[in-house]
Structure formats: structure tokens, C-alpha cells
Design a protein around this ligand. Sequence first.
Ligand SMILES: [Zn+2]
Length: 336
Amino acid sequence: MKKLISAALALLLAVGCTAPAANNVPEQPEEGIDYLVLVNKLHPLPEDWEAKVETVKVTNQLGNEVEVEKTAYEAYQQLKEDLEKDNVFIDLDSVRRTVAEQQEIVDEFTKEYGAEYTAKVVAKPGYSEHHTGLALDVYLIIDGQPVYENDEMLQHPDLWEKIHSRMPDYGFILRYLPGKEHITGYAYEPWHLRYVGVDTAREITEKGITLEAYLGAVNETDVSIDYGTSELYTQEVREEMAILIKCRFAALEGCELHSLRYVGDESASAEKLAWLNSLKDYDSEYGKAACFLMDFHTPKENSGSFDPDHEYTDYQWWLGCDADGDWDIVDYSNQE
Ligand SMILES: [Zn+2]
């Protein structure tokens, strides 16, 4: 699916010109946009953003044109040059996407795959940090060859470490930190850089916190995760399941995650599998099931369908695995 999304994006990004190189990274953000803007699954892009943001369009080494916020681009160029001195080579992959472009992707996917599947794989228009122009996905160039598939890029932790260690000095933070999925709503993405300005980037990186916590939008509390034991699923698969659950949890506004644990292989019964399959309304059947239990606390106000200011314990999160081997969250509820 990543490939399909990339193809759709490449089509949408095919307009622009090459910007001149700039040398100075301004110490202070320019007037106009707020460089600390928070855009995530709960916080949409501010309405006046697209009218105010100044961008440049550049062609990357793959021949694709990408659009970046002006100050973030100048900072990126300096970061890139600095890394090249150490023989680390990066390039811009996906940067800005307007709300209208995101809507086009959603419309295309809905036509092709239906609304339910689209909601699962494509970000809701207005709720992607890429709308800001301040979020940069980079790819690696190794021995002159581009490495841009996510799985392949994850095979180079040594290169990412070098890149991440230099980012704060140019005003960038690593936005989607490992272990913080329940706050950011995204799994670890070493390639997703976010421009916030030098002072803020240094402070956030030093504290090892998320932008959400820095801005006071959430409390970062300790979360205990128990992967238990399993004859059916490897540790790696159980970790993948926990990340899926945490990413979904991040969209439950104001809720605080305390613990998550794998129930055990007995949860994967034929009866439960039939129940999971009865819940979905698009083709392809789940062939495997799994369940995690969660303890979490709801907010004092606006707790949605949850009781306010309540500690839920042993809350069930059910996952199904489809024919392609992809795990989904099928249900989360208090049911027996
Ligand atoms: Zn990204």
C-alpha cells in the first residue's frame, strides 16, 4: 500500500521549479506562521495556514518535485551539507501536501477500495503534519544509490544515528519517537524530521520528549507493556500488535495509557475469530486473532463514549490478521 500512496503522491507533486540555495538559518522564526504548530490525529492544520505559509519547490535526485516551507528548507540544506562532510547523504522524499491534495488521495482510495479501508490507510485531510511544509521525509543515498523503501531504510540505524545527532543544531526534531506511539499516533519513523527552530529542537531532543508533551498537550507517563509468551506469534509480531494499538490509542483524546499486556494464545480461538470476521464489512477474512488488555485513564471532561475521569482496567483490544499477513485492530471494548 505504501507504493500506491507514493505513486499517488508523485503524481500530485509534479509541479514546481528549483529554488536557489540559501546560506543562513534564521535564529528566530519569521513572522507569519507558528513554527511550533501541532498537527496530529487530534489537532488539525490551522485554517489560515495555507494562506500564510511561504514555500519553495525543489527537484530531488529522483526527479520528483517537492515543496517545503522556506525557512525549513534553508535549515535542511545546512543539515545536508554538514552530513555530507561525514559521508552521510540524504535527500528529500515527501514534504508538503496540501489539504486538497490529501482529499484527492482519499477520494481516489475511496473509489478504489471503499471508505472503511481508506480511513485505515490514508490520513484524514487536515490532520497530517505534512500539510505544514515543516515535516520532511528524507531518504538515504548509499554508495550513490537511493534507498527509500521504509523497510530498507530501517536497516541502517548507524546512519540514522548520525543524522539524528546533528538535527537539533539545525532546528529539527525526530517527530515519531520509538515507544511514544500512544502520544504521537505513529510508529517510529527515523526519516520524518520536523522543523521547530534551533532552541526548541535542542530542548526537546535533550529532554527526549514528544512535541505534544513539550507543548503541554499531553502528559507523558510511564507505560508498562507485557508481551507475555506465545507459541503462535513471535515477540516481533507481538511488538507490532502493541504499536498498532498504541497508535490507535493516541486518537482517544485526553486518555492516558498506563499498561498493555498480551492475553495469551487462548485468545486466538475459532469462536473469537468468527466473531472478529462478523464485525468487518469488506472482503478478505481474518485468519488469526489476538487480544491485548489495557489499563488507561479517561479525561475529566469530554471523555466521549467513556466515563469521565475513570480508570478502565482489562479493557480488551482485539486484532485480526488478514490473508496478506497484515494485522488490524478490529474492536476495542469492555465486552466479555
Ligand atoms: Zn512523514
